[in-house]
Design a protein around this ligand. Structure first.
Ligand SMILES: Nc1nc2c(ncn2[C@@H]2O[C@H](COP(=O)(O)O[C@H]3[C@@H](O)[C@H](n4cnc5c(=O)[nH]c(N)nc54)O[C@@H]3COP(=O)(O)O)[C@@H](O)[C@H]2O)c(=O)[nH]1
Length: 614
């Protein structure tokens, strides 16, 4: 009895020892197969009468030998890829049933009918298999003991298997966490594509190989056009859905040897080993084509149409490493955006200089804005029928110590691209309202004020609330103010700008469509949106006296405006002839050098005095 007890204590000690070894291997992060091999060898050392094996089971229910150090390889190798099932040997059946299966005689047990010819020649006569489960019922492996003669498991074997099954569970769980950590570290959570870290790794290898073999490589940076609008208007869940769709389409258009990565947001990178920049341009076309079909949205009949702007650059000409290639592809992508989006551009070294210049202007403009170095000039707006002043337009002016006067056409686009336009336009609105109030306080009767507001501000800022607060602060009426917006904003059918235009209209603030007639052929927005004024672009006015087409176009615009009850203001009137023609066509008002150039606020009272006297 005592002897029996001693044996049992020794056996438990050896199981404990095996457990410690295996847990240490898990903790040290050794690969799962190595840990399982250690476990099998440990078991076989403790019980030389058994042969131990571990099969992993994949999500499709197929088995893969993971560790079986003492099984003949011709036997375990033959099991590769077999499906688990109700009659698939001890292991396949145990995995199927999610319960241990003990077969004491392989030669006669029906569970081995399909496999006994494989097992018996190797002297495998009995097999007891235990499924390894993670969670409630997900089977990930089987742990099996084989015997060389028909028999059942000994009590020691049962205690050992109980401990080993737990060890297997821990090792598989650890492996899963490890893989999940790796996935999070190297793959993008939304699309499952490689992330920047994995891209960097692949790029390092690909560029080294390209250098060694003197072969080309190309890098494409794709930015999805107006993706922010999808996120803002349809929500982030839909945005993620769209990104997944896009990633599948883009992946499908690339070769297996290429790497498609998502850098975050709406930016994707394709790394194309062995590809010249010229060929990469064709790939860019393929990628754009892949996005052509509208993307269906889950749970609705709605579809969204997405496009991409793509920057293309080549290794080694445009960059020696990933960072340089990404930087230059970004510059080229930015040029594609400037060219109107939905297109691809090569990187050219001249683009770098242009970018430097834009960045310089941006920095100087920021400095000018925060140091009160900007000024406003005001241009009179005249009613043509009686030549009375009906308002003034505020126009931003910037005198830079180094650059001299910088024209708005130069710095407004930079401000729009950098996002500074919101602060700039807000400043103009504040200062011009303050100026109108100042004039009135001085007895200078300026009837109204027009202020330019860029489309971006309608997306990112609460223009209507800002205007309301300023009007109240300066004691101005809403009808004193007109905001000049572009046709581009009018065609933007996202909810935020629409709501703001509506609020402005309800407040009584005027909305004028600037540079009317230059951009778009769709006029339907004029009926739908709360527009009060059209500004006939100066490009139609310039040749009005000489060009019959310009006359026809101007007359058409004036006609459209009148039929919709809108005020039409002609821009850039420089000659009396232009003024007279516009008056004859029925144009309400005009601005231009003929009446007055944009002027500093102090100059306006004098201009008004001479104008009234004339
Ligand atoms: N978002 C904002 N945009 C602004 C702001 N201030 C100006 N701008 C926009 O910049 C563009 C160029 O403006 P600018 O150089 O000031 O030119 C304006 C006038 O000076 C010019 N003009 C006026 N009369 C004549 C003329 O008889 N001949 C002629 N050749 N040019 C003339 O036209 C421009 C009028 O601008 P607009 O009525 O707005 O179209 C311009 O697009 C401005 O909108 C700002 O604060 N924010």
């Amino acid at each position: 009895m005592r002897e029996q007890h001693a044996t049992r204590t020794d056996e438990q000690a050896s199981i404990d020892h095996l457990q410690r070894d295996v847990l240490e291997a898990v903790a040290l992060g050794r690969p799962l197969a190595a840990v399982m091999d250690l476990l099998c060898r440990g078991v076989e050392a403790l019980a030389p009468e058994v042969i131990c094996s571990v099969l992993s089971v994949d999500e499709e229910g197929r088995v893969h030998p993971l560790a079986a150090p003492s099984l003949p390889t011709s036997f375990s190798g033959a099991l590769e890829g077999f499906s688990i099932g109700p009659q698939a040997g001890s292991c396949g059946t145990a995995a199927w049933r999610r319960q241990p299966v003990e077969v004491t005689d392989i030669a006669s047990d029906p569970l081995w009918a399909d496999f006994r010819d494989l097992a018996l020649p190797h002297g495998l006569a009995a097999c007891w298999s235990t499924p390894i489960l993670l969670g409630a019922d997900q089977v990930v492996a089987t742990f099996a003991l084989y015997y060389r003669e028909p028999r059942g498991a000994a009590p020691f074997h049962r205690r050992m298997v109980q401990a080993c099954a737990q060890l297997c569970q821990i090792a598989f769980m650890h492996d899963r966490h490890q893989r999940e950590i790796e996935r999070l570290a190297y793959f993008d959570g939304v699309t499952g594509l490689p992330n920047r870290t994995l891209l960097a790794d692949r790029a390092r290898q690909a560029l080294l190989l390209a250098l060694r073999t003197e072969s080309p490589a190309a890098l494409l940076l794709l930015d999805i056009d107006r993706f922010k609008t999808v996120n803002d208007s349809l929500g982030h869940a839909v945005g993620d859905q769209v990104l997944k769709h896009i990633s599948r389409r883009l992946s499908g258009a690339l070769r297996d040897s290429d790497t498609l990565a998502r850098l975050g947001g709406d930016e994707f990178v394709a790394l194309l080993p062995g590809c010249t920049v010229e060929d990469a341009m064709h790939v860019a076309d393929k990628l754009r084509q892949a996005l052509e079909a509208p993307i269906p949205l889950d749970g609705s009949h709605a579809r969204v149409q997405m496009t991409a702007s793509i920057g293309v650059c080549g290794f080694p000409k445009d960059g020696q490493d990933l960072d340089q290639l990404l930087k230059n592809a970004d510059i080229a992508m930015y040029e594609a955006k400037r060219a109107g989006r939905d297109c691809a551009r090569f990187f050219l070294h001249a683009m770098n200089q242009a970018l430097d210049e834009r960045l310089d202007i941006e920095a100087a403009l920021r400095h000018a804005l925060s140091n009160q170095l900007l000024q406003l000039h005001f241009q009179p707006k005249i009613r043509l029928s009686d030549r009375r002043l009906v308002g003034v337009e505020a126009l931003l002016r910037w005198h830079d110590a180094e650059r001299g006067w910088v024209p708005p056409d130069r710095f407004i686009p930079v401000a729009e691209e950098s996002g500074l336009i919101n602060a700039l336009d807000a400043w103009v609105l504040e200062q011009s309202c303050a100026q109108l109030a100042r004039w009135r306080a001085q007895g200078v009767e300026v009837p109204g004020l027009s202020v330019n507001v860029s489309p971006q501000r309608f997306h990112q800022d609460d223009v209507a609330a800002h205007a309301r607060a300023l009007l109240a602060r300066h004691g101005l009426a809403a009808s004193d103010l007109t905001l000049e917006v572009t046709e581009r904003l009018m065609l933007d059918d996202t909810s935020r700008p629409r709501a703001q235009l509506q609020q402005l209209h309800e407040m009584g603030v005027g909305v004028s469509v600037d540079d009317f007639g230059t951009g778009y052929s769709s006029l339907s927005y004029l009926k739908r949106l709360p527009v009060t004024e059209l500004k006939l672009d100066k490009s139609f006015v310039r040749e009005l006296e000489q060009d019959a087409d310009d006359r026809a176009l101007s007359s058409a615009v004036i006609g459209i405006g009148r039929s919709l009850g809108l005020t039409v203001v002609a821009e850039g009137v420089e000659t009396a002839g232009q003024r007279d023609l516009l008056l004859k066509m029925g144009c309400d008002a005009a601005q231009g050098w003929l009446f007055g150039r944009p002027m500093a606020p102090e100059a306006l009272p004098a201009w008004m005095a001479t104008h009234d006297a004339a």
